[in-house]
Design a protein around this ligand. Structure first.
Ligand code: ADP
Length: 268
């Protein structure tokens, strides 16, 4: 296996739910090892469907998806080695934080002492060390989302899939978590695929952004390139709407937003 081989390759992928309208039209996309890729676009543009096909919760109507060079059509989700974070956290309310995070290890029958070690490490990673015995319902939204993130990371997957994971958080916490996620990605060096309709979020965190509209990737590029040389009017309009781009750059990687807030570690 050559090192330059992408982790994921979609070729000619199409998806229709009802046998009529294509919600993903002709998807050709390489996801590189270790990158932070955002799938950005308006509601209904096919982002979640694309993520669900990669996860194995939905099957393509046509085309191929390769993971590590191997065709994965028909491979069930639990054999695809990814961690996943959803918008609504999807935590088990009757299990403690520690038991929630341990869940993927329990279903994989990892020995108990190994589980304890990995859970502690994952909770430290998201700065929730010492919270293992709490119930998730006693935590704030931001803390619950960190638990979901720890659960996605606990078996050290090569790929982490996220579907609007910060959507339920208020604006300030969301911006804070964006910086944390970017830092976590840098530390872990694994591949993040992140679905969002929020331009600022995608541009702040990602190495590359795939801009979707009506089931088609309109432009796949770095945040800078999307901004400076958008592929078409749709991309120019959609990306140009970003709050981030309306801010002012202050020194390297620091951006002052119109409301006076400062974001650090931004890419644009
Ligand atoms: P996005 O994530 O960009 O908002 P989706 O992939 O969720 O877009 O949806 C794309 C289109 O497919 C939408 O028109 C949506 O209504 C439709 N769709 C999504 N999931 C289903 C489903 N399970 N059954 C039927 N139609 C669906």
């Amino acid at each position: 296996m050559s090192h330059a081989e992408p982790l994921v390759r979609f070729t000619g992928v199409q998806k229709t739910y009802d046998g009529e309208q294509l919600v993903v039209r002709d998807l050709n996309l390489d996801i590189q090892r270790g990158e932070f890729l955002s799938l950005l676009g308006p509601s209904g543009s096919g982002k979640t469907t694309t993520l669900m096909m990669l996860a194995g919760f939905e099957s393509p109507t046509a085309g191929d998806i390769l993971l590590d060079g191997r065709q994965i059509t028909g491979t069930p989700p639990h054999k695809r080695n990814f961690g996943m974070v959803f918008q609504n956290y999807a935590l088990f309310p009757h299990l403690t934080v520690g038991q929630n995070v341990a869940y993927p290890l329990t279903v994989r029958k990892v020995p108990k002492d190994e589980q304890a070690r990995r859970v502690a490490k994952a909770l430290d990673m998201v700065r929730l060390g010492g919270m293992a015995d709490r119930l998730p319902t006693r935590l704030s939204g931001g803390q619950q989302q960190r638990v979901a993130l720890a659960r996605a990371l606990v078996f050290e997957p090569q790929l982490v899939l996220m579907d609007e994971p910060l959507g339920a958080l208020d604006k300030q916490l969301r911006e804070h978590m964006q910086i944390e996620l970017k830092e976590l990605h840098r530390q872990l060096g694994v591949t993040f695929v992140y679905v969002t309709h929020d331009q600022g979020e995608a541009l702040t965190m990602s190495d590359r952004v795939a801009v979707f509209n009506e089931g088609v990737i309109q432009h796949l590029a770095s945040p800078e390139a999307l901004y400076e040389t958008p592929a078409n009017r749709f991309v120019a309009g959609f990306v140009g709407d970003s709050t981030v781009l309306k801010g002012t750059l202050e020194g390297q990687n620091t951006l002052r937003l119109p409301d006076g807030q400062c974001l650090q570690g931004v890419n644009v």
